[in-house]
Design a binder for this molecule. Structure first.
Ligand code: NAD
Ligand code: UDP
Length: 319
């Protein structure tokens, strides 16, 4: 296939480019670098199976040549208002990437009669009242809260994807991605894994927002990419949760990071920095992924973090 990946210079997009090229496909990567990094694609320069187009997906998209699949990953993804990459600081761009970007990429898929895969998120469940979250849960989202620029854009994107599927018969997929981590997360991203790893590697206390009782379920990037590729090759039009169901409190997670890095500085609680609407619990129910894709994560948290540490050391200039 000849596949367009938007958000190609980002964390997940760049891993997806690598994997699909490895599978023998040709990839057209698109990005405007708003939160991405050209370094994530540097190793693909000169690869005959990769071309890059610098473009903002909120504007009309033209891609020369035939496209067989469109994977829409372009969107800021970090909630952290302390980060310049946080969607709270890029509210209009985030809504445009989720709304106009999804419209443009679906229009492109329609023009090419291409498959379409939307990168959605566990955030569409908001601060969930059901636990763990199955795909049938409608969510609990404040439509005007600080996180709404991301959550509602993704909910709109899912609705538009289903409208194109039902009305224009586009062959669509929706992946609801839960917290994923690994090499190529930006140092300034502001999400918990880059923050904690950098603090631990500097032998500083890890900053826990709130009391650390909130939970997340962390998936290593290789597992996630495997799930997405299986979904792409499937014929499933309903949303599919892809994430690691092993749930941990942020406090336990901080302790694990400190142990794996060998940091003795402990943790510090920053209650005032917990973002309004920060979900208290998050854990995917992956029954659908297991039944339909035969997928489940294989990499443990300890293994995944150990594989991620060398990237952060290198990026931070630690030998
Ligand atoms: P990222 O910030 O590393 O990557 C996003 C990429 O999209 C960046 O390269 C950015 O420059 C690009 N981009 C943003 N707006 C754009 C626009 N208008 N035009 C062109 N390019 C644009 O984040 P990520 O973690 O790799 O997330 C990728 C996708 O996966 C996002 O859609 C995000 O919502 C989704 N997602 C990620 C996670 C996760 O845990 N990493 C969880 C849920 C959903
Ligand atoms: N968090 C934290 N310290 C940090 C960064 C994040 O305690 O330095 C918390 C944050 O409040 C949230 C969890 O870690 O409860 C996961 O945050 P992240 O930014 O990774 O993304 P989210 O899962 O909220 O989308």
């Amino acid at each position: 296939m000849r596949i367009l990946i938007t958000g190609a210079a980002g964390f997940l997009g760049s891993h997806l480019c690598d994997r699909l090229i490895q599978e023998g496909h040709t990839v057209v990567g698109m990005d405007n670098f708003i939160t991405g990094d050209p370094n994530n694609l540097a190793h693909l320069a000169g690869n005959p199976n990769f071309i890059f187009i610098r473009h903002d997906v909120s504007n009309f998209i033209f891609v020369p040549g035939k496209i067989d699949a469109v994977l829409h990953f372009a969107s800021p993804a970090s909630p952290n208002p302390k980060s310049p990459y946080g969607y709270v600081n890029l509210p209009i761009q985030t809504m445009k990437a989720g709304a106009l970007g999804t419209h443009n990429t679906l229009g492109l898929a329609r023009a090419h009669r291409a498959k379409f895969l939307l990168a959605s998120t566990s955030e569409i469940y908001g601060d969930p009242l059901e636990h763990p979250q199955t795909e049938s849960y409608y969510g609990h989202v404040d439509p005007i809260g600080l996180r709404s620029v991301y959550d509602e854009a993704k909910r709109f994107a899912e609705a538009l994807t289903m409208a194109y599927h039902r009305f224009h018969d586009i062959d669509t997929r929706i992946v609801r991605i839960f917290n994923t981590y690994g090499p190529r997360m930006h140092l300034d991203d502001g999400r918990v894994v880059p923050n904690f790893l950098q603090q631990a590697l500097r032998n500083e206390p890890l900053t826990i927002y709130g009391d650390g009782s909130q939970t997340r379920s962390f998936c290593y990037v290789d597992d996630l990419i495997e799930g997405i590729v299986r979904l792409l090759y499937s014929s499933e039009h309903r949303p599919v949760n892809i994430g690691n169901p092993v749930e941990t409190t942020i406090k336990e997670f901080a302790e694990t990071i400190n142990k794996l890095v060998g940091n003795r500085a402990g943790v510090v609680y920053k209650k005032e920095e917990r973002l309004e609407g920060d979900p208290q619990r998050r854990q995917p129910d992956i029954t659908r992924a297991l039944e339909i894709l035969g997928w489940k994560p294989l990499v443990s948290l300890e293994e995944g973090i150990s594989r991620t540490i060398p990237f952060f050391k290198k990026s931070m200039g630690i030998v």
